[in-house]
Ligand binder design. Sequence first.
Ligand SMILES: *Cc1c(COP(=O)(O)O)cnc(C)c1O
Length: 425
Amino acid sequence: MSHASPVWHPFTQHAVQGDTPTIVHSEGAWLQADDGRRIFDAISSWWVVTHGHRHPTIISAIKQQSDQLDQIIFAGFTHPPAEQLAQRLVEITPPELTHVFFSDSGSTSVEVGLKMALGYWLHSGESRRRILALEGAYHGDTIGGMSVGERGVFNAPYDPLLFDVSRLPFPRAGAEQATLDALEQACRNEAVAALIVEPLVLGAGGMLIYPPWVLAEMARICKAHGLLLIADEVMTGWGRTGTLFACEQANVVPDIACYSKGLTGGSVPLAVTMCRREIFDAHFSTDRRKTFFHSSSYTANPIACAAALANLQVWASEPVRQRIDDLAAVHARALNRFRDDARFSNVRQIGTIAAVDLQVGDSGYLADVGPRLYAYFINRGLLVRPLGNTIYLMPPYCSTAVEIEAVYEAIAAVPEVLARGSDAG
Ligand SMILES: *Cc1c(COP(=O)(O)O)cnc(C)c1O
């Protein structure tokens, strides 16, 4: 299969990729292709779009800001959108998170978090270097993010670049204690600098959900042993799990928190890493070697900051929480039909995220069923991108019950089609 365009797409095997629609317009929960096709964005364009595409408040803020200020250097200078946004973020997050470091993607916010943690220990004069992470974790595709993420086919070629971390088993239902015991054990055996987690749900790892009490226990153990807890809320933040941030459900305040994806409502790239005062203070010194040596060229881009401020305004002025509750209720109702359907297992939901596993012989991310399911959905005007045999929905909050139910109808019809072996595209 030849590929005429010079574009090399992400997570795309061009040798087997089918038709690549050219999207020319987006609105609400819908994408429109140049051939007129309309596609329902059931995964919020890879989990970034929260309220819907091109929310008028956010788009108008982007337009207005770009009349004032484009990119300016953020070392030695500041600007109103960054100052206002940092202020607002400090207000809406727990009071312990006092400082905001800007970057431009989820991966970068994780790199920043890891660097903050190691810098904190070095500058505090304590030799703690080990990082702990959960099995099945995903923290981005940069070297640090891959290092703390699950190892496998995605990062095997880059293994020589990845640093070693200690893994805790995923807290499977009924086996949560094993995770907590492994954490205790690691804290006793090693000089652990930090534990990094995706709070309550491992996204790219397969939409694996674990309960708030486990997160609370992990936080308690971290505190007892003095290590830092890094919450990667890149996917879970901005209402995805039902609350503004997932950590809220466990009453957990992390030492370092990473936010991106929905930070601008999914309109333009921006990320922040927030931290406790102690971490900032450890870098605060007349000794210039203790400077936090990190920057992205586009750190705190004013237009992106304005988009994020507009996102916060949407949260403050529109019934976003009600929409999230309504969406969660639609999921819950629709999922019932799958609970005693032998074709599906692990029916699960947290807030606006719902997932089922399709019973197939060959599972795992590279199983054929993934691309076949993708083609099946796209042929029906639905953007659903299964993780192997895990079919999940993570739609924008503006989605209607009718739109969501249509996706569930398509899911319910899936196995027959796969069994026929047609429609795979
Ligand atoms: C998407 C994601 C990232 C990486 O974010 P990018 O903006 O794609 O770099 C990191 N952590 C989690 C939990 C994610 O879901």
